[in-house]
Write a protein that binds this ligand. Structure first.
Ligand code: IMP
Ligand code: MG
Length: 429
């Protein structure tokens, strides 16, 4: 029985929330495996809009087990608030489980994230400032990390906190000239979090592997996107985790032989929030073509306007390869409904030659100019289409070109925000 990974193929915000929600309707379990509350997933159910940052999108269906895996960095205060908000809107959150191996975001992490970014005059990453990077730094540095398993044992937590906070307060004082944080206050706050979250904390790898053994359907929900992956993204303008499909194994305690499909989510155009290279970016005077109207390209987490540009076939080929994508899902096709012409990038021109493979060097990338193919727009409403053949021929041609560049068939197409504005060409489960 299938285990399916959903992964973003661009810089995040491809619309994974909607597709995860869609696939979750048939799943038994939904697992987040990386990132933290830097993510922002929008799901529209009927007339209601939900914005999720930490909790897997599957929570909107009752009866699903929703797991925050070991690879996620968790701010417990944010998690409890997100749960309370969902409960106040009638959503059942009793299926949430947290890995005992997941690392905690502590109060100094967001503080240091923002101070670090502000103190840099060059090389800003455009972080969401939620403390994600500093929490992963502590994880990999090992000395100063605190995990959920530590939080549940008051003596261990107190011991870890006093050791770590001494170092962090020193850093705040000596490097940034800021007042330190109060250990007593943190202790009280986190003991309260522990009391509330304890029943949900468990060895989630056991839960996931048991579900797979029983033939249940498990959906792994990636946050961010391949180009924000710490290894495969546009480094250093990336997030600090592994959104790429391989991260699903490490971040949840499941072996690669247990994953059956990788669903790659790609927007019919491109967007990016924060700093970093973006070859097909539109100039300021044209950006509203995609950002405003139906595009609504503003960050869910930070509200920042997203940078927008044309579809990039070099990136599509790259991300399909990195993730081993089996099924392609094209999002937000309807945003292009009113455009007279649509550009699609098929390669990069570099120093007189042509590059087809996405380069590692940002210096090379900055000197690449996209090679565009111009396609005629379809200039009509696509939101009512239920099958590919309902789409205008020009929209079908556009999708075929995307599939060709990505070397992967299109399984689904999203033509609107709502659950039912989705074309299913090929079943995923
Ligand atoms: P951080 O993960 O908050 O440190 O942010 C690092 C970079 O990733 C910044 O450019 C952010 O804008 C971007 N980023 C982080 N999370 C998301 C997301 O969920 N969607 C889109 N961009 C994101
Ligand atoms: Mg988002």
């Amino acid at each position: 029985m299938p285990s399916v990974v959903v992964v973003g193929l661009q810089w995040g915000d491809e619309g994974k929330g909607k597709i995860t929600d869609f696939l979750a309707s048939q799943a038994d379990m939904v697992v987040r495996y990386q990132g933290g509350n830097n993510a922002g997933h929008t799901v529209v159910v009927g007339e209601e809009e939900f914005k999720l940052h930490l909790i897997p999108s599957g929570v909107l269906y009752s009866g699903k087990i929703c797991i925050l895996g070991n690879g996620v960095v968790i701010n417990p205060g944010v998690l409890l608030k997100e749960m309370a908000d969902l409960q106040s809107r009638g959503i059942d959150t009793s299926g949430i489980r947290i890995s005992d191996r997941a690392h905690l975001i502590m109060p100094y992490h967001p503080v240091l994230d923002q101070l670090d970014e502000c103190s840099r005059t060059v090389g800003k990453i455009g972080t969401t400032g939620r403390g994600i990077g500093p929490a992963y730094v502590d994880k990999y540095a090992r000395y100063d990390a605190i995990r959920f398993v530590d939080l549940l044992d008051p003596d261990t937590f107190e011991e870890r906190l006093s050791q770590v906070l001494g170092m962090k307060n020193n850093l705040l004082d000596k490097v940034y000239g800021q007042a330190g944080l109060d250990p007593q206050k943190i202790k009280e706050e986190y003991f309260q979090f522990a009391a509330e979250l304890r029943p949900m904390v468990t060895d989630t790898s056991v839960l996931i592997n048991d579900a797979i053994k029983k033939g249940q359907k498990v959906l792994f929900e990636g946050a961010q996107g391949t180009l924000l992956d710490i290894d495969h993204g546009t480094f250093p303008f990336v997030s600090s985790s592994s959104p790429a499909a391989g991260g699903a194994c490490i971040g949840s305690g499941v072996g690669p032989t247990k994953i059956n499909k990788v669903v790659g989510i790609i927007k019919a155009y491109s967007t990016r929030v924060g700093e970093g290279p973006f070859p097909t970016e539109l100039p300021d005077n044209l950006v509203s073509l995609l950002r405003d109207g139906r595009g609504r390209e503003y960050g869910v987490t930070t509200g920042r306007p997203r940078r927008c540009g044309w579809f990039d076939g070099v990136i599509a080929e790259y991300s399909v390869r990195i993730n081993g994508v089996s099924d392609l899902v094209v999002m937000k096709l309807d945003v292009l409904d009113k455009l007279e012409t649509i550009m699609i990038c098929t390669g990069y021109r570099y120093h007189g030659g042509i590059i087809k493979e996405f380069p590692a060097s940002l210096k090379v990338l900055a000197e690449c100019t996209p090679i565009y193919e111009e396609l005629p727009g379809w200039l009509c409403d696509t939101t009512k289409a239920k099958e590919l053949k309902d789409l205008p021929v020009r929209a079908q041609d556009y999708l075929n070109r995307i599939a060709e560049l990505a070397q992967t068939p299109v399984a689904m197409v999203s033509v609107g925000w709502r659950r039912d504005e989705t074309i299913i060409n090929q079943q995923i489960w």
